[in-house]
Ligand binder design. Structure first.
Ligand code: SF4
Length: 87
C-alpha cells in the first residue's frame, strides 16, 4: 500500500517538474505571438518557413520576412504593418 502511495507521489512530482520545465523551454516571445495573430493562419508553407508559427519566429530576426507571405493581403496585411510600425 505504501509503495503505491510513493509511486503516485513520485509521478505527481515528476509531472509538475515536467510542466514547469516545458513552460520555461517553450516560452514564446510576446511579439512572436502578436505576429502570429496577424498572419493568415493557413500554414501553407509557401513562405518557406513551414508554417505561420515559423514565419512569426523568423520575423523576430527579420522583420521584413512577412513580405514572403503571398496570402497576406488586404486588411490582414494592413493590420500587421500597422502593428509593426507602432511597436
Ligand atoms: S505563406 Fe503565409 S499563410 Fe502560408 S505558412 Fe507562410 S505565413 Fe502562413
Amino acid at each position: 500500500m505504501i509503495g503505491i502511495l510513493i509511486i503516485t507521489l513520485t509521478a505527481l512530482i515528476l509531472g509538475i517538474v515536467l510542466v514547469v520545465v516545458d513552460n520555461k523551454i517553450n516560452k514564446t516571445n510576446p511579439k512572436e505571438e502578436e505576429y502570429l495573430k496577424r498572419l493568415p493562419g493557413y500554414n501553407c508553407g509557401a513562405c518557406g518557413y513551414g508554417s505561420c508559427a515559423g514565419m512569426a519566429k523568423e520575423m523576430l530576426k527579420n522583420l521584413e520576412a512577412y513580405k514572403k507571405c503571398r496570402p497576406l493581403r488586404g486588411e490582414k496585411l494592413e493590420e500587421l504593418e500597422k502593428y509593426i510600425k507602432n511597436n
